[in-house]
Design a protein around this ligand. Structure first.
Ligand SMILES: Nc1ncnc2c1ncn2[C@@H]1O[C@H](COP(=O)(O)OP(=O)(O)OP(=O)(O)O)[C@@H](O)[C@H]1O
Ligand SMILES: [Mg+2]
Length: 296
């Protein structure tokens, strides 16, 4: 059996993206580009989002591939966002099958239909294809819920994450990945999970509390406290990242309750460890994160 400290070291390393996963992400990206190139004018494509910033939890789901459209597709910019999403879907369906390609709020999701054993994988489970138009240094992307194109600047998000990570001596990104793992294992009460990163930008600002267990408890506690404050796009361009929770009191309540329960579980796990019951403490942590958190 591991100590709690050792178990967190192992957990942290299990959330790191492997060479195989990097190769899989690049392979999936190249394939999507090839398939889309046949039917759409594409200027450029790149891996982005949490994957590119190294704030993505594992297994890798919904890896974002931005596909910058060229001048021949400008007509879509004047149309409802659903049009381009449906178009991208229609191009991809023949390659992956009708039930593996679906449109979401801002992307077309391709599910590779892989089966997980013990929540572990060395591959990319799904990709989110995000059609985009360049707008200066930023991009405009479709938002089917708002029914309009929104502006996003992945570079600013990346810079903010890098700065936060540096300020916490490299521990901010692992902490975000752990908190996202909790969210994933608990039915995604925090939606979108990008909101966890946005919360952590403001709520985890050092000094380092001494360990991942303490910092996680602190993050869950302050997030529960501040969740309803409204959370803007850190780049100040897009809609509030918290908009879907802000507009649904029930979802907001569920999210806050989940954070409060997570804080209580951290407190209990810390107490168990302090009283020498390491095995019980490890079980408590594993209940929070699922099998990716190993006790041995
Ligand atoms: N409200 C928003 N305004 C502007 N840009 C946004 C907004 N929401 C998301 N983005 C950008 O789009 C990217 C992809 O969004 P997504 O919801 O996939 O989040 P993510 O950061 O990739 O997190 P994860 O995939 O772990 O859920 C984000 O990383 C961010 O750069
Ligand atoms: Mg994403």
């Amino acid at each position: 059996m591991l100590t709690v400290d050792e178990a967190f070291k192992k957990f942290k390393s299990r959330l790191e993206i492997s060479t195989n996963e990097q190769q899989a992400a690049s392979r999936r990206q190249r394939k999507l580009r090839e398939q889309l190139d046949d039917r759409l004018d594409i200027a450029h494509d790149f891996l982005t989002g949490a994957y590119a910033r190294d704030t993505k939890t594992k297994p890798l789901r919904d890896v974002d591939v931005f596909v910058e459209l060229g001048p021949n597709e400008l007509k879509y910019r004047d149309a409802h966002p659903a049009d381009i999403l449906n178009r991208v879907r229609a191009v991809l369906v023949p390659h992956y099958g009708d039930d593996r390609v679906r449109t979401d709020r801002r992307c077309v999701r391709v599910d590779y239909g892989l089966v997980l054993v013990d929540d572990a994988s060395d591959d990319v489970m799904s990709c989110d294809v995000v059609p985009a138009f360049a707008k200066g240094d930023a991009y405009e992307i479709p938002d089917d819920v708002l029914g309009e194109w929104i502006t996003t600047d992945p570079r600013v998000h990346a810079e903010r994450a890098t700065a936060a990570n540096k300020a916490l001596s490299g521990r901010w990104k692992p902490l975000v990945k752990m908190a996202k793992k909790w969210n994933q294992h608990n039915g995604e009460p925090i939606e979108p999970s990008f909101l966890i990163e946005v919360l952590a930008l403001r709520l985890v600002d050092g000094p380092w509390g001494g360990s991942y267990p303490y910092e996680l408890r602190q993050l869950f506690a302050s997030a529960a406290d501040r969740l309803a404050d409204g959370w803007a796009d850190p780049a100040g361009l897009g809609p509030a990242v918290s908009d879907s929770l802000d507009e649904d009191p029930h979802k907001m309540q569920v999210a806050r309750d989940a954070l409060t329960a997570a804080e209580a579980a951290c407190t209990e796990a810390l107490r168990l460890d302090r009283s020498g019951r390491t095995g019980d403490a490890l079980s408590e942590w594993q209940r929070l994160f699922g099998p990716t958190f190993s006790k041995s």
